[in-house]
Design a protein around this ligand. Structure first.
Ligand code: NAD
Length: 359
């Protein structure tokens, strides 16, 4: 029996509610596919600030390093909003990405046919379905660039520097082309090369990288156009590759097109098989502890973990099918509920998906 160690970081807000359901589903999948999982619960985010005074305790990093992957709920909330920027819970996520060299963020946006009614776009715009993958660079660009304050003629100013090296662009482009090979073989690289020098380098390196992938088509698109095309004709996209800032914004936009932020998983990968898996939404403090959170994004993140870190594609697919089956049966958490469907809470949704695995 294969054994995997999983670092489990529930975090804040709805984090503990949704992570417990993903763990339940993983245990069930483990039993079904003869995989043994050992879960190591660790502190990060606001919960860690409250208990040990740091958002990313050294102990968490040390134990996570001994594991095969990390499953994370979400961090942050109003209780810690007044802390200075570098002491906030959200720094834990940036710290984990940096610590484990997780430079590639994969965010699939899939419109489940059962949820077509939740899509805010006109039905004819998504009639053919929607299945795209945003590949976002995660450890470079403006979020990690030089920053500071200075005096100017117009008064005190603040700045953040957008910088990309050829190596950083090449490795994320490689990930995008590799992903495209397993999908519909189309990559759109998003930049702002008409204005930014860093984008001109980005575009050149992506084009050079594409030469090794003649079976994949490559198109370049300015970020403002990409934002428009995502709501005008989202089905045109297969794989979108872009930098940290543009990827942050475009992947949230893509998520909304699929109906609910509660459905979308993500994987953050480095050069090995180690990965960090988390839903793309935040800690939703407004519904924390009320059994109203949708656990599906976290459960689908666990499926991504099986696929990308453990190479267990069949087990991953079985979880994805179980989620689709529960939707087929008409069960909906509050964020997805429409008249005629059956409203269920977080716990019940997780239970139904775990049971559906057996089928
Ligand atoms: P959010 O994603 O937490 O919530 C936005 C809205 O979506 C809320 O109405 C919330 O109730 C709803 N929502 C989110 N997830 C849901 C789910 N699974 N089921 C049902 N409804 C869901 O974004 P926010 O309100 O901007 O941020 C709240 C906190 O989360 C902030 O402290 C923010 O910094 C933090 N945050 C953390 C992460 C992370 O941990 N990776 C990401 C984004 C935001």
């Amino acid at each position: 029996m294969k054994k995997y160690h999983i670092a489990v970081i529930p975090g804040d807000g709805i984090g503990p509610d949704i992570v417990s359901q993903a763990v339940k589903v993983l245990k069930e999948a483990g039993a079904l596919f003869e995989l043994e999982f050992e879960f190591h619960e660790l502190l990060a985010g606001g919960a860690a600030i409250d208990q040990v005074g740091a958002c990313l305790p050294a102990e968490t990093v040390k134990t996570a390093r001994e594991c095969d992957s990390i499953l994370l709920g979400a961090v942050g909330g109003p209780a810690w909003d007044r802390l200075p920027g570098d002491a906030r819970p959200e720094q834990a996520i940036l710290g984990l990405r940096k610590e484990f060299g997780l430079f590639a963020n994969l965010r699939p946006a899939l419109l489940f046919s059962q949820l077509a009614a939740a899509c805010p776009l006109r039905a004819d715009l998504v009639a053919g379905g929607l299945d795209l993958l945003v590949v976002r660079e995660l450890t470079g660009g403006i979020y990690f660039g030089e920053r500071g304050h200075k005096d100017t003629d117009m008064g005190p100013a603040a700045y953040d520097v957008e910088q990309y090296s050829e190596g950083e662009v090449r490795r994320i482009a490689e990930v995008a082309f590799q992903m495209a090979l397993k999908r519909r073989r189309q990559v759109v690289s998003v930049d702002k090369a008409n204005v930014l020098e860093s984008s001109r380098l980005w575009r050149r390196v992506v084009t050079e990288t594409a030469a090794a992938y003649p079976e994949v088509s490559l198109e370049h698109m300015y970020v403002d156009n990409a934002a428009m095309q995502l709501v005008r004709q989202p089905a045109q996209f297969d794989v979108i590759v872009t930098g940290n800032l543009f990827g942050d914004i475009l992947s949230d936009e893509a998520s909304m097109v699929t109906g609910s932020i509660g459905m979308l998983p993500s994987a953050s990968l480095g050069s090995g098989s180690f990965g960090l898996y988390e839903p793309i939404h935040g800690s939703a403090p407004d519904i924390a502890g009320t059994d109203r959170a949708n656990p599906m994004a976290t459960i689908l993140s666990a499926a991504m973990m099986l696929r990308y870190s453990f190479d267990q594609a069949e087990a991953a697919q079985t979880i994805e099918k179980a989620v689709a089956q529960v939707l087929d049966q008409g069960y909906r958490t509050a964020d997805l509920y429409t008249v005629g469907t059956t409203l269920v809470g977080t716990e019940k949704a997780g239970q139904l998906i775990a049971e559906a695995l057996q089928a």
